[in-house]
Design a protein around this ligand. Structure first.
Ligand code: SF4
Ligand code: SF4
Length: 393
C-alpha cells in the first residue's frame, strides 16, 4: 500500500490512494476558538437551512456542536473508533483484509439524539470549595465541560475519498475542498463507513450519499462559510491554510500574493495555538481548535494530539501533554500578534487572505488585495462616573 508522510503525526503511514502533492497554494482551512463557543447552535442551523433541509436530510447535521466529554453525534462516535485502534495505528493501518479503511456504520439509534449529553458536566460537585483553574499550579476546575463544534475537515488524506469504489469523491484542485459527485454515487455507503468524523450521510429518499461541501459557492465569491459568518461567539476564522507563516513580508502589504495568512499563523507558525481533532485517525483534518484552557490537559491530549508515548511531530514540548499545556497557555495569554488575529474572528464575512498587525491595529485583505477589515486590537476603556448613571437617590 502507498505510504504518505503525515506532518500531524510526524511519520509515514499507509494511505490507499495515490498520494497527491498537497502543498497547493490555497487550501480550505478553519480555526475554532473553543473558549468562545456558547453552544447556541446558530452555526448548526445556518448550515442546515442552507444545505440540508430537503427530504431524507432530516437527520443530517453537517455542522453540529457537542458538549465534551459526553456529547456525540452520532452517539459515541469517537470512543467507539478509538477503542478499535492500537497506539500508533491510523484507520488506514487498521483496515481489515479487503477493506481500505477501518470504520463502522453508525446504527439508526445513534443518530436519533443529536443533543444527548448537552451541557452534561464531568466530575462531581465537591464537598468543600470549588477549585478554580490555576494552570501554573496544575489545578483545574473539579467539574468541567466544553463545547466542540464539528464539521467536515476537508482532510488532506480523506478517508471518504479513499474508500469510494466509484471514485465519486474528489478533492478539488483549487482549494482542496472534498466533494461528492452525486451522479457517480450508487449509495454503497463506503464513505459513510470510512469517515472517522461521520460527516458523509446517506439519503434514504434519493438512494445516494451526501457530504458537506465547505460552502464552496460562498468561497468562490470570496466569502466565508455560513457557520463562520453566523457565529454569535466569533469563535471562527476561515481561510487558506497552506500559505507558509513567513511567506512574504510581515507588514504593510497591499498584495494578497505576498502576505501571511492569519489562520496559517495560528496553525503552522512557531506560536502554534490550534490543534487538529483526533489526528491519530490519520486523515490530516484541516479544522483546528484552540483548546479550552480550563480543561485538564490529559483529556485534551487524547483528543487533540496523536496521543502516543513518544512524540514524533514538530509541535512544541517534549511530550504531547506538554504540547497541550503550552498551547493552552498561549490561548489563555495570547501574544500581541495572536491577540490581533483573534480580533479578525467574526470581524467580516469576507475571506481574509492576508493580515498585518501594527501597534494597536490589525488589518486584513482579501485575495484581490482589497482591504476588508481594519480594527483596533485593544479598545480604550471608558469609565463612567458612578452617580450619574445609577438609579440610586
Ligand atoms: S472529515 Fe470525513 S467526509 Fe470530510 S474530508 Fe475528512 S474523511 Fe472526508
Ligand atoms: S454559532 Fe458559534 S458560538 Fe454558537 S454554537 Fe456555533 S460555534 Fe458556538
Amino acid at each position: 500500500m502507498a505510504q504518505t508522510y503525515n506532518p500531524q503525526l510526524g511519520r509515514e503511514h499507509s494511505y490507499p490512494y495515490e498520494h497527491r502533492e498537497e502543498e497547493r497554494d490555497y487550501h480550505w482551512g478553519m480555526v475554532i476558538n473553543t473558549n468562545r463557543c456558547i453552544n447556541c447552535n446558530t452555526c448548526s442551523f445556518a448550515c442546515k437551512s442552507t444545505w440540508t433541509s430537503g427530504e431524507g436530510e432530516e437527520y443530517m447535521w453537517w455542522m453540529n456542536v457537542e458538549t465534551e466529554p459526553y456529547g456525540g453525534y452520532p452517539m459515541g462516535w469517537d470512543m467507539r473508533l478509538l477503542d478499535d485502534l492500537e497506539a500508533d495505528q491510523t484507520i488506514f493501518d487498521a483496515a481489515d483484509n479487503g477493506e481500505k479503511v477501518h470504520g463502522y456504520i453508525a446504527e439508526k439509534q445513534a443518530w436519533e439524539y443529536p443533543a444527548l449529553g448537552d451541557d452534561q458536566v464531568h466530575g462531581e460537585y465537591p464537598e468543600g470549595e470549588v477549585v478554580e483553574s490555576d494552570l501554573e499550579n496544575d489545578e483545574y476546575h473539579d467539574i468541567w465541560q466544553f463545547y466542540l463544534p464539528r464539521l467536515c475537515n476537508h482532510c488532506k488524506n480523506p478517508a471518504c475519498l479513499a474508500a469510494c469504489p466509484r471514485k465519486a469523491i474528489y478533492k478539488r484542485e483549487e482549494d482542496g475542498i472534498v466533494l461528492l459527485d452525486q451522479e457517480r454515487c450508487r449509495g454503497y455507503r463506503r464513505c459513510v463507513k470510512a469517515c472517522p468524523y461521520h460527516k458523509p450521510m446517506y439519503n434514504p429518499e434519493t438512494g445516494v450519499t451526501e457530504k458537506p461541501v465547505g460552502c464552496y459557492p460562498r468561497i468562490e465569491e470570496g466569502n466565508v462559510p455560513r457557520c463562520v459568518s453566523s457565529c454569535i461567539g466569533k469563535t471562527r476564522l476561515h481561510g487558506n491554510i497552506n500559505r507558509g507563516p513567513d511567506a512574504g513580508p510581515a507588514g504593510g502589504k497591499s498584495s494578497a500574493a505576498s502576505g501571511r495568512s492569519p489562520i496559517n499563523y495560528l496553525v503552522h507558525s512557531d506560536e502554534k495555538v490550534a490543534l487538529p481533532l483526533y489526528p491519530q485517525f490519520g486523515t490530516q483534518p484541516q479544522v483546528f481548535y484552540m483548546p479550552p484552557y480550563h480543561v485538564p490537559p490529559e483529556f485534551l491530549t487524547q483528543m487533540f494530539t496523536p496521543n502516543t508515548e513518544v512524540k514524533e511531530n514538530e509541535w512544541p514540548g517534549d511530550t504531547y501533554e506538554e504540547s497541550v499545556r503550552i498551547v493552552q497557555e498561549r490561548a489563555r495569554n495570547p501574544s500581541h500578534e495572536v491577540l490581533g488575529i483573534l480580533q479578525l474572528f467574526g470581524a467580516t464575512t469576507r475571506l481574509i487572505e492576508t493580515y498585518n498587525v501594527k501597534e494597536n491595529r490589525v488589518k486584513g485583505w482579501d485575495r484581490n488585495g482589497e482591504k476588508v477589515v481594519d480594527v483596533p486590537i485593544e479598545e480604550p476603556m471608558e469609565v463612567r462616573e458612578g452617580e450619574q448613571w445609577t438609579n440610586q437617590p
